[in-house]
Write a protein that binds this ligand. Structure first.
Ligand code: COA
Length: 393
C-alpha cells in the first residue's frame, strides 16, 4: 500500500514587507538580504492571525466534506504555539468542522515538528488504511526588531492530508534521522522571541544534512543521479543552497545542473514569504511542484528536514500519476497576488502589538483581515476565533 501526501495547501497572511525597504531602514545594502540571505518579501501576521488561524486557513483551501468526515487524526507541528497545555489542533478541528471521532495533538521539535507528524501519520495510515490524517505546520517566526535574525522572519502555514493511495506524492520506505543536543536556536517559555546563534546554526544545519544524507545513501543504496530534486528546510533561501553545494561533487555535471535548477524553483515561494519554521520545507516542496510545470510523474524528490536543538531527517517521495491535477495552483497564485505591501514602520507597529495577559477583554478588527478564519479577540484569558464562512465563534 502506498502512503503519502494526498493534498497540500498553504496560507500566508495578507501583509508583507519588501526586503529592499527593510534593508534601507536598517542601513544595510539591499543585496545582503536579497542575495546574501536570499529573501525578497517577508510575510507579516496582523494581530488577527496566529498559528491556529494560519493553519486553519491553509487547511480550509484543500479539504472537502469527504475529507472532513474521514480525518481521524490531526497533528499540529509548531514552535510558536499559543498554549502550553491545549493543542492548537483542537481549535482548528472545531473551526473546520472535522469528524469528532478523531485524535488531536501538538508536536514540538523546532522546525522538525511537521516531519515527525508526517512520519507518525504514515504509521497511523499503515495500521488504519481508511484513515486520513491532517498534518498542520504553522508558525510565526519572530527574532525581534533590529536583530540579526530580523531578516529571516516570516509567517505562514502548510496543511497536508496524509492518506493511503495518495494523489500527489507517495513516501518511500527509507529515511535517515539524527539527534544531537545543541544550543543553536531556542525559545524559553517566558520569551515570545527566539534566541539564535546564527553562525553556529548554519554550521550545524550543514553537518546534520551531510550526516543524514550519508546515512540515507547507506540505507537506500541511492545517489544524486536518482533524484530529480532535493527540497530543504529553508529558514532563508540561501541556507539550503549552502548545504546542497557540499554534496554536489558526488554527481555528474548533468546531476549538478538539474539539482541546482530545481533548487531554485523550490525556493520561489519561500523567497516571497520568509521563514515559516515547521512549514518551510513543505512550502519549498509546494513551490517546486506548483512552479515547475514539466516535473514528471514518477520523479523522486528528496526532503531534508532540520529542527534546531537539533533533529534532522532525510526522506523521499515519488510523484504520483497526474499529481499536477491535484494541486491548488490557482488558489495559491491568487493568495500571492492579493497580498498588500506595508511600510517598515507599519511592520514595526504590528510587531509590537500584543494581546492582553491579564484576562481583560479585547475585540479585534477582523473586518480588515481578508482571511476566512481570524482571531477575533480575547476574553477571560481565552482566544476567540471566528470562521467568517460559518459564523462559528
Ligand atoms: N551583497 C551580497 N551578499 C552580501 C552582502 C552584499 N552587499 N552583504 C553581506 N552579504 C552576505 C554575506 O556574505 C553572507 O553570506 P554567506 O553566509 O554566504 O557568507 C550573508 O549575506 C549574510 O551575511 P552575515 O554577515 O552572515 O549576516 P548576519 O550576521 O546578519 O546573519 C543570519 C545572517 C542568517 C545568520 C541571521 O539572520 C540569523 O541568525 N538568522 C536566523 C537563522 C535561523 O533561523 N537558524 C535556525 C533555524 S535553521
Amino acid at each position: 500500500m502506498k502512503i503519502g501526501i494526498d493534498k497540500i495547501g498553504f496560507y500566508a497572511p495578507h501583509l508583507y514587507v519588501d526586503m529592499n525597504k527593510l534593508a534601507e531602514a536598517r542601513n544595510v545594502e539591499p543585496e545582503k538580504f536579497t542575495i546574501g540571505i536570499g529573501q525578497e518579501k517577508m510575510a507579516i501576521a496582523p494581530i488577527t492571525q496566529d498559528p491556529v488561524t494560519l493553519a486553519a486557513n491553509a487547511a480550509l483551501g484543500i479539504l472537502d466534506d469527504e475529507d472532513k468526515a474521514s480525518i481521524d487524526f490531526v497533528i499540529f507541528g509548531t514552535e510558536s504555539g499559543i498554549d502550553n497545555s491545549k493543542s492548537a489542533g483542537v481549535y482548528v478541528h472545531r473551526l473546520l468542522g472535522l469528524n469528532p471521532y478523531a485524535r488531536n495533538i501538538e508536536l514540538k521539535q523546532a522546525c522538525y515538528g511537521a516531519t515527525a507528524a508526517i512520519q507518525m501519520a504514515k504509521g497511523h495510515v499503515a495500521l488504519n488504511p481508511d484513515s486520513k490524517v491532517l498534518v498542520l505546520a504553522s508558525d510565526i517566526a519572530r527574532y525581534g526588531l533590529h536583530t540579526s535574525g530580523e531578516s529571516t522572519q516570516g509567517a505562514g502555514a502548510v496543511a497536508l492530508l496524509i492518506s493511503a493511495e495518495p494523489k500527489i506524492m507517495a513516501l518511500e520506505e527509507h529515511s535517515a534521522y539524527l539527534t544531537d543536543d545543541i544550543m543553536d536556536f531556542w525559545r524559553p517559555i517566558y520569551s515570545d522571541k527566539a534566541f539564535v546563534d546564527g553562525k553556529f546554526s548554519n554550521e550545524q544545519y550543514i553537518v546534520f544534512f551531510q550526516k543524514v544524507w550519508e546515512a540515507y545513501k547507506a540505507k537506500a543504496g541511492l545517489g544524486l543521479a536518482d533524484f530529480e530534486a532535493i527540497c530543504f528546510h529553508l529558514p532563508y533561501t540561501k541556507m539550503g543552497l549552502k548545504a546542497l553545494r557540499t554534496i554536489l561533487d558526488q554527481g555528474s555535471e548533468e546531476d549538478q545542473e538539474r539539482l541546482l535548477a530545481n533548487y531554485k524553483v523550490s525556493t520561489i515561494y519561500n523567497r516571497n514569504v520568509g521563514n515559516i519554521y515547521t512549514g518551510s520545507l513543505y512550502l519549498s516542496l509546494l513551490s517546486l511542484l506548483e512552479q515547475k510545470e514539466d516535473l514528471k510523474d514518477g520523479s523522486r524528490i528528496g526532503l531534508f528536514s532540520y529542527g534546531s536543538g537539533a533533529v534532522g531527517e532525510f526522506f523521499t517521495g515519488i510523484l504520483q500519476p497526474d499529481y499536477r491535477n491535484y494541486l491548488n495552483i490557482a488558489h495559491h497564485s491568487n493568495l500571492f497576488e492579493s497580498r498588500k505591501e506595508i511600510t517598515v514602520s507599519e511592520y514595526e507597529r504590528i510587531f509590537e502589538e500584543t494581546l492582553p495577559v491579564d484576562g481583560s477583554t479585547v475585540e479585534l478588527g477582523i473586518a480588515n483581515d481578508p482571511a476566512a478564519i481570524c482571531l477575533s479577540g480575547m476574553q477571560d484569558n481565552m482566544r476567540l476565533y471566528v470562521n467568517k464562512l460559518h459564523k462559528t465563534m
